[in-house]
Design a protein around this ligand. Structure first.
Ligand code: AMP
Ligand code: TRP
Length: 336
């Protein structure tokens, strides 16, 4: 039986965080044995808000090396750069023409980000790309006939839209797209900000204490975990509502050690938050040490460039065939 094809990407807007790793990357690595994984660096999505060219280049290079350092195997997974496949923007245009401004404006990520742009800059200049971001994301998925998309919870609405667009075009022009399913893991789907555990841990945060970067200095990682906001109860118990800080730290610990919440509660019974945080710091540092060692080895290697070229070639072959079919069905091409 053919393996199911999965696709996912991470935007190259900043430093990769422990949230990205536990919510996305760790899953990609775990899934690459069972499925045909396609994973890309979403550099086109990274320019929807202003970003310096130099910073973007650094982010991309670092992310590619991190993908492999985290365990993606170039012989199993197809790893590539989103903009290396020109077909994707062509399909995104076709999808934009079949979506409405209303449905794009209803995306919570658009609402949040456009509100933030207004608040930060005091202007009303919202880039068009921020609105059409989900149609490009839908193109990323539909172009490769992906059957499933492993993402964090925050991307669920974008996958829903992708499914709607695929069905809409299939109905209008005849079967051409596979309807993708989201894969959202329960535990670790949303790692929260260490300083404000009601917010998602994000690489665009301005307070470095809020997040753990995969390439952070390990001494700093330890102090960030020690400084993480908890509460005054000194009881390790999973209760997102009343103990969001402790619950978030438990989630991090659980994702890395694979222990359940009740096992963790048992482990820290009668102990204080100091002991609890020390244990978390230990497993996080061990994980990051391993990733960072591999990263150092790969960062400037030609091998990474070769793997990326090999990934792009494979992705382009699939994409070209698909786009041809779509253009024919939609009527853009008159010769088969
Ligand atoms: P982004 O950094 O927004 O491009 O997200 C890339 C991937 O990481 C997506 O699948 C996100 O859902 C996931 N992700 C980002 N931040 C977190 C977080 N704090 N917790 C869990 N998953 C996350
Ligand atoms: N929008 C996703 C994010 O920020 C990244 C992304 C772009 C993506 N295209 C995708 C994820 C296609 C899955 C499939 O997290």
């Amino acid at each position: 039986m053919e393996k199911k094809r999965l696709i996912s990407g991470i935007t190259s807007t900043g430093k990769m965080t422990l949230g990205n790793y536990l919510g996305a990357m760790q899953q990609f690595v775990e899934l690459q044995d069972e499925f045909e994984m396609m994973v890309f660096v979403a550099n086109l999505h990274a320019i929807v808000l202003p970003i310096e060219a130099k910073v973007l280049k650094e982010n991309i290079k670092s992310m590619v090396a991190l993908y492999f350092a985290c365990g993606l195997d170039p012989n199993k997974a197809t790893v590539f750069l989103q903009s290396d496949v020109l077909e994707v923007t062509n399909l995104a245009w076709i999808l934009s023409c079949n979506s409405t401004i209303g449905e794009l404006e209803r995306m919570t990520q658009f609402k949040d980000k456009s509100t933030k742009v207004r608040a930060d800059n005091g202007t009303n200049f919202i880039p068009t790309g921020l609105l059409t971001y989900p149609t490009l994301m839908a193109a990323d998925i539909l172009l490769y006939d992906a059957q499933a998309v492993p993402v964090g919870k925050d991307q669920k609405q974008h996958i829903e839209l992708t499914r709607n667009l695929a069905e809409r075009l299939n109905n209008k022009f005849g079967e051409m797209f596979t309807i993708p399913e989201p894969i959202i893991r329960e535990n670790g789907a949303k790692i929260m900000d260490l300083q404000d555990p009601t917010k998602k841990m994000s690489k665009s945060s301005t307070n470095p204490k809020s997040y753990i970067g995969l390439l952070d200095d390990l001494k700093q990682v330890e102090s960030k975990i020690k400084a993480a906001v908890t509460d005054s109860e000194n009881i390790v118990k999973f209760d997102v509502e009343n103990k969001p800080g402790v619950s978030n730290l438990m989630t991090i610990y659980s994702c890395i050690t694979k222990k359940t919440n009740s096992q963790i509660e048992e482990e820290f019974k009668g102990k204080n938050y100091g002991d609890f945080k020390a244990a978390i710091a230990k497993v996080v540092i061990k994980l990051l040490q391993k990733i960072q060692d591999k990263y150092q080895e790969l960062f400037n290697s030609q091998q990474v460039e070769d793997w990326l070229e090999q990934g792009a070639l494979k992705a382009r072959t699939i994409a070209a065939r698909k786009l041809q079919k779509v253009e024919w069905k939609v009527g853009l091409k008159y010769k088969k």
